[in-house]
Design a protein around this ligand. Structure first.
Ligand SMILES: NC(=O)c1ccc[n+]([C@@H]2O[C@H](COP(=O)([O-])OP(=O)(O)OC[C@H]3O[C@@H](n4cnc5c(N)ncnc54)[C@H](OP(=O)(O)O)[C@@H]3O)[C@@H](O)[C@H]2O)c1
Length: 279
């Protein structure tokens, strides 16, 4: 376990998250969330694990308490259920020890848009966007008041790629990226760090859960490598971390192209290509 030396006891008393904040991780029962839990426990952070499967979280917590000596709480919650979600929001609002939120819980649904049941796609929108947004909204004002804290939002490269045949899932992940970039601009000056992490195919249960065969994919990253890379981005305070993107200049060029359009959006008149004889 990492030993945290508190250099300023007075500051610690007034601000319980100063030394080594607790980390609340959603979707912590498996995959990327469970791996974040392991990595933050190794760094000496106490944890609050959130997901539906209490037994799996108990088993993980027992192991991590033994390995790392950290304190671990479990909040069983279905984040698509307003009552369960509200309980997690309350915990984030009220527990001043929590200084890092990992907004990781997410799901996909198989099939094309016209095959997907309306209720199923609405459920993944509720989980991947509404729950993530509500948890960020619950905690951000407290972090801003404290002048510190971090929110890690797990997006996906699918949010950049309508071509990947996962339209609704990709749309939820585009939301996560936009929200994270906007929150980063708003909150960085208040001392709050917001990171969007965009994995590509990673070996977790999400594929099987949505009826996809992971063995048909051209390349799959192991979950430990993904989370370790995301934490390198976290430690560097990157706003957007894309572990599988080898050529970082491509992302920078993409952002530069987007930003180059912005001044041109303020126009009294439509572009020449849309001018009609009447205009
Ligand atoms: N694996 C990939 O290829 C990949 C790529 C890009 C992005 N991502 C993103 O990474 C995140 C983690 O996914 P994963 O790959 O680690 O998949 P995973 O192993 O299926 O994990 C999903 C986690 O979310 C939890 N969860 C699902 N529905 C929930 C609900 N209604 N309420 C609360 N928790 C719920 C699950 O726990 P319970 O079942 O116990 O509730 C589980 O802990 C997701 O946001 C996903 O979109 C994954």
């Amino acid at each position: 376990m990492t030993t945290i030396i508190n250099m300023d006891p007075a500051r610690e008393e007034s601000n319980p998250m100063a030394a080594s904040p607790s980390v609340l991780i959603t979707g912590a029962s498996s995959g990327i969330g469970a791996t974040y839990a392991e990595r933050f426990a190794r760094r000496g952070h106490d944890l609050v694990l959130v997901a539906r499967d209490r037994a799996r979280m108990e088993a993980l917590a027992t192991r991590l308490r033994q390995e790392s000596g950290v304190a671990i709480d479990i909040l069983q919650a279905d984040l698509t259920q307003p009552g369960d979600l509200a309980a997690v929001e309350t915990r984030l609002r009220d527990d001043a020890r929590i200084g890092i939120l990992v907004n990781n819980a997410g799901a996909n649904v198989g099939g094309s848009f016209i095959e997907q049941a309306t209720d199923d796609v609405a459920r993944i929108v509720a989980l991947n966007t509404t729950a993530l947004l509500r948890l960020a909204s619950a905690v951000a004002p407290r972090f801003a008041r404290a002048g510190e804290g971090a929110i890690i939002n797990i997006g996906s490269v699918v949010g950049l790629a309508p071509e990947f045949n996962a339209t609704v899932y990709g749309a939820t992940k585009a939301f996560v990226l936009f929200l994270s970039q906007g929150l980063s601009l708003e909150l960085a000056p208040r001392g709050v760090y917001v990171q969007a992490v965009l994995p590509a195919a990673t070996r977790t249960e999400i594929w099987e859960r949505s009826g996809a065969d992971i063995n048909t994919l051209p390349a799959v990253m192991e979950v430990g490598e993904l989370v370790d890379a995301a934490l390198v981005g976290f430690d560097r305070r990157e706003a957007v971390t894309i572990p599988p993107l080898h050529d970082a200049a491509q992302w920078e060029a993409y952002q530069a192209a987007r930003q180059a359009m912005l001044p041109g959006f303020w126009q009294e008149h439509a572009a020449a290509r849309y001018q009609t004889a009447r205009s």
